[in-house]
Ligand binder design. Structure first.
Ligand SMILES: Cc1cc2nc3c(=O)[nH]c(=O)nc-3n(C[C@H](O)[C@H](O)[C@H](O)COP(=O)(O)O)c2cc1C
Length: 190
């Protein structure tokens, strides 16, 4: 299959089993991730691989911060919500957190570095698909919170872009009929 056909066939797959993924496979994927175009060679890509018990601790952290924003975290509805939040990181054996570091280059623009990191996330999804793995890019409000950046040990001013859940597929997802680019494109010729 050509690269073009592979890109067209890519789909997110949230149906992931809990079997482990080797470090070498994850490193291989991350080496594909950094093959993106980047302005001023800022090398903005920052990745954190969360696996094993670190997922449990991350879930506890997320539940604790969610509880701190609730008027009454002991209310039965909130207790159920918090229990759900706690288990969210357990939906895959591996979570790759991708962020864009703030460059010290005065010419750089965060929006361009975010674009480069976003491209690296697409590379991750494509590499995962090529390797027969399931992957899905997730975000949510936590992506844009300084306390999460700090908890995960990213440098200050890093902007998170994605929590990519990765693992072996529990089930395969069907390819999709995509929209035509015509809908989104204007052509200027003269
Ligand atoms: C920036 C971004 C944020 C996303 N956040 C979520 C999310 O929080 N939860 C989720 O289930 N999917 C999330 N997705 C995945 C999309 O919803 C998913 O890609 C979409 O359903 C289309 O599927 P496809 O990847 O198969 O084209 C996100 C995708 C992007 C690009």
């Amino acid at each position: 299959m050509s690269v073009i056909d592979k890109i067209k066939a890519r789909v997110s797959n949230p149906l992931i089993d809990d079997s482990e993924i080797s470090t070498s496979v994850i490193s291989n994927i991350l080496n594909v991730a950094v093959c993106t175009s980047v302005h001023y060679n800022t090398d903005p890509w920052r990745f954190l691989v969360i696996q094993g018990n670190a997922r449990v601790r991350f879930g506890e952290f997320l539940a604790k911060r969610a509880a701190s924003e609730m008027a009454d975290p002991t209310d039965s509805i909130n207790v159920a919500k918090l229990a759900k939040i706690k288990t969210k990181p357990l939906r895959a054996p591996v979570i790759i957190v991708a962020g864009a570091a703030k460059s010290t280059n005065p010419k750089s623009r965060m929006v361009e570095d975010l674009a480069s990191v976003s491209a690296s996330c697409q590379n991750i999804l494509l590499a995962a698909q090529e390797l027969g793995l399931a992957a899905i890019w997730r975000t949510g409000a936590m992506t844009y919170s300084d306390d999460v950046v700090e908890y995960l040990g990213f440098e200050k001013a890093t902007q998170l872009v994605a929590f990519i859940y990765l693992g072996n597929p529990a089930k395969h997802c069907k390819t999709k009929n995509r929209k035509s680019s015509e809908e989104f494109t204007r052509w200027l010729s003269e």
